[in-house]
Write a protein that binds this ligand. Structure first.
Ligand SMILES: *[C@@H]1O[C@H](CO)[C@@H](O)[C@H](O)[C@H]1NC(C)=O
Ligand SMILES: *[C@@H]1O[C@H](CO)[C@@H](O)[C@H](O)[C@H]1NC(C)=O
Length: 231
């Protein structure tokens, strides 16, 4: 009689994530490359045959897809064509991270990484925050007769900043300014904002520029004194 059994109990417990996970933001500047992280339970001894990886935006836009041990890009959104890759050697250790090259402003938003294998199904959400800080703004002052033109210039940033001009009393006089914004070849903005001022009494001009998404803000004040009449 065999009274000696050896039970080899392999327990693969898959704990499903709670209904709503916090969305982790990942920051990338336009023109740069970024890796969106995603992990799933997979041991090196598990086969990759049944692994299905789907990176998507919303319910329908396919960013990258992999199954039957191959990238399957037939249904990939044209917006991502030629810009995505998984790390094939990492899949066997449960790493389904996605490399996205040449980040664009339109890549900003939520991404879903969904992975299924024999044992489990996971779904992770990530927020790709496309932003870049602005350079310290430069101010230039031109005068002609009693007109002063103050120009603020700043570049390398994304998305568009807010620029506000204030007079001596702190009132918003931005409606008197003219702002021109252009995109450079990497997809970042250069901002020129100009204010024309008639020089009367002594006055202080303040310009504030901010990029809320990166909590970046600059403030500069200039004080102008009219020259004495005898000059
Ligand atoms: C997944 O692989 C990529 C590329 O090798 C690496 O940068 C990343 O750190 C890996 N993630 C994890 C969780 O190991
Ligand atoms: C800007 O607004 C101020 C007060 O609201 C007004 O007096 C001024 O005429 C406006 N300037 C322009 C160029 O619209």
């Amino acid at each position: 009689m065999r009274n000696h059994f050896i039970f080899k109990l392999l327990l693969s417990l898959t704990v499903l994530p709670p209904v709503e996970q916090p969305v982790t933001p990942v920051l990338a500047a336009p023109g740069s490359d970024v890796t969106l992280s995603c992990s799933f339970p997979q041991r090196e001894t598990d086969s990759l045959d049944s692994v299905i990886v789907n990176w998507q935006r919303g319910d329908t836009e396919v960013v990258h897809s992999y199954y039957r041990r191959k990238d399957q890009l037939q249904r990939q959104s044209s917006a991502y064509r030629g810009r995505t890759q998984l790390f094939p050697e990492e899949l066997s250790v449960g790493n389904a991270s996605l490399r996205l090259r040449g980040v664009q402003g339109s890549d900003h938003g939520e991404y879903i990484c969904a992975v299924a294998n024999e044992m489990s199904k996971i779904q992770e959400k990530l927020l790709l925050l496309v932003a870049a800080p602005y350079d310290e703004p430069q101010l230039a002052v031109q005068t002609s007769c009693d007109i002063i033109i103050v120009t603020l210039t700043s570049s390398q940033g994304f998305p568009q900043p807010t620029v506000m001009w204030r007079d001596t009393t702190g009132s918003d006089i931005s409606n008197e300014s003219h702002t021109h914004i252009e995109l450079d070849n990497r997809g970042r903005y250069t901002v020129h904002s100009e204010l024309k001022l008639k020089l009367k009494d002594s006055q202080t001009l303040t310009v504030e520029m901010s990029l809320d998404v990166l909590k970046q803000s600059f403030s500069h004040s200039l004080t102008f004194q009219p020259l004495p009449d005898s000059f």
